[in-house]
Design a protein around this ligand. Structure first.
Ligand code: UD1
Ligand code: MG
Length: 435
């Protein structure tokens, strides 16, 4: 799909005051990835000249985006002090090609197929328009006889303009000459004292430039300005992610209750029950994840997990049964049964091993984390603890209620037997009752 004669510029220099957060707006996450990640990903499908305009917290944003895209994108700094606003953002931008697509960085739902429609149009300027009555937060697009006459920001609009249902979605396609000649003449004579990119429209209109509206849908072009928008956008993107996996053959029970992030991958036949969250870069291979379980950046292969289990990052689970109320962190389990109420952290457990209810690894000593290595065919009795670092070799038996503080050699039985007390009839004496 890559269109080698298109430049794309993404505006991401604003603070995003309406988010009421110390995190810059475009770094807020939806379905596990930062908002800006999505528009860059889609832009790279169409162009080899993608530039992101940064300002507020620019280092932080650039570092994060480089993690995903390396040097496939370039960054440009906006002079926010002297030229604030979406028009100021483009003051020192120079595109590589003749056609330029401008995107707001707060539109995480845009898809390349939708953006491509802007390039196939022949007008010198194309403006994206949503037709949604009674919606706040957007600039109003004035359209007469099929041509765009101007865009009026909400804060500058009179009641008549405010009543228009044609809204500026925030994507524009410009011919290079047009963009270059008008960006430099924008002024900040408006309610917000900012340089509005949208003012280009009225200026160009005066010079008889034809400006075409391109009608688009909210599901692809929704802008995110506050946390309500963020939550709504996440619902839309989340549905998109689930629909795509459902079509590829993943079985989901009550998908509306399931949360799956962008980086998750499924392989083969998988069953995901209601209330499950699968996050980060998790990979689920031919497995059954039961109700209300949470999986974070882990690999699960040919296993069943839950209900109500929690796999924390860097867990690798193969051929294993994990039951309810089991938490696993940074551990490798292959061919293991952990049926109930356990915590396995920083551990390795070998095949044929059965972990009794209530076993935990004491992996943290108050200063650092330590490893627990459990071999093959080990039977661990209920309510036991392994105080790490500790190694339990193959074919061992651990008695119920044991505290393991030393390494256990192959084939050994280990059991903690405390002094036992029996006092006949104690209950009746204690409560002064008759037997
Ligand atoms: C903008 C449009 C509005 C449109 C809406 C669609 C303008 C003046 N208004 O309003 O007509 O309906 O988007 O969502 O363009 N940014 C910069 N530098 C700045 C200010 C903002 O790069 O100085 C970036 C922001 O980081 C953001 C994008 O531009 O990604 C849009 O800014 P925002 O403040 O959200 O504009 P809106 O008020 O939504
Ligand atoms: Mg916005």
């Amino acid at each position: 799909m890559n269109n080698s004669s298109l430049s794309i510029v993404i505006l991401a220099a604003g603070k995003g005051t309406r988010m009421k957060s110390s995190i810059p707006k475009v770094l807020h996450r939806i379905c596990g990835r930062e908002m800006l990640y999505y528009s860059i990903k889609e832009s790279l499908k169409l162009s080899d000249d993608v530039c992101v305009i940064l300002g507020f917290e620019q280092e932080r944003i650039a570092v994060k985006m480089r993690e995903y895209f390396g040097d496939k994108i370039r960054f440009l700094s906006q002079d926010l002090a002297n030229f604030p606003g979406t028009g100021g953002a483009l003051r020192s931008y120079t595109p590589k090609y003749e056609k330029i697509l401008v995107l707001n960085g707060d539109m995480p739902l845009v898809q390349a197929e939708e953006l491509e429609k802007f390039i196939t149009h022949s007008s010198e300027i194309i403006v994206s328009v949503l037709d949604v009555p009674n919606t706040n937060g957007y600039g109003r697009v004035v359209i007469q006889e099929g041509a765009v006459q101007g865009i009026v920001e909400e804060k500058d609009a009179n009641p008549e303009i405010l009543a228009l249902s044609t809204l500026n979605a925030g994507v524009y396609c410009f011919d290079r000459k047009i963009l270059e000649s008008y960006v430099s003449v924008l002024n900040n004579h408006n309610a917000q004292k900012e340089y509005y990119l949208t003012d280009i429209i009225a200026l160009a209109r005066k010079d008889s430039v034809h400006i075409a509206p391109l009608f688009v849908e909210m599901t692809n072009f929704k802008g995110v300005n506050d946390k309500l928008d963020l939550a709504r956008a996440e619902e839309i993107l989340g549905d998109r992610i689930k629909e795509s996996w459902l079509k590829k053959g993943v079985l989901m029970r009550l998908p509306n209750t399931i949360y799956i992030e962008e980086g998750v991958e499924f392989v083969g036949e998988c069953i995901i029950e209601n209330g499950v969250s699968i996050c980060g870069d998790s990979k689920i291979i031919e497995s059954h994840i039961k109700a209300q379980s949470v999986i974070e950046s882990s690999i699960v292969e040919k296993s069943d997990v839950g209900p109500l289990a929690h796999l924390r990052p860097q867990s690798i689970i193969k051929n294993t049964h994990i039951g309810n109320f089991v938490e696993v962190k940074k551990s490798q389990l292959d061919g293991v049964k952990v049926g109930h109420l356990s915590y396995l952290g920083d551990s390795e457990v070998g095949s044929g091993t059965n972990i009794g209810a209530g076993f935990i690894t004491c992996n943290y000593d108050g200063k650092g984390k330590h490893q627990t290595i459990i071999g093959k065919n080990v039977f661990i009795g209920s309510d036991s603890q392994a105080v790490a670092p500790v190694v339990i070799e193959d074919n061992c038996l651990i008695g119920a209620g044991s505290t393991i503080r030393q390494n256990i050699k192959k084939g050994e039985l280990f059991a903690t037997i405390g002094k036992e007390i029996i006092k006949e009839g104690f209950f009746y004496k204690f409560f002064d009752k008759k037997p």
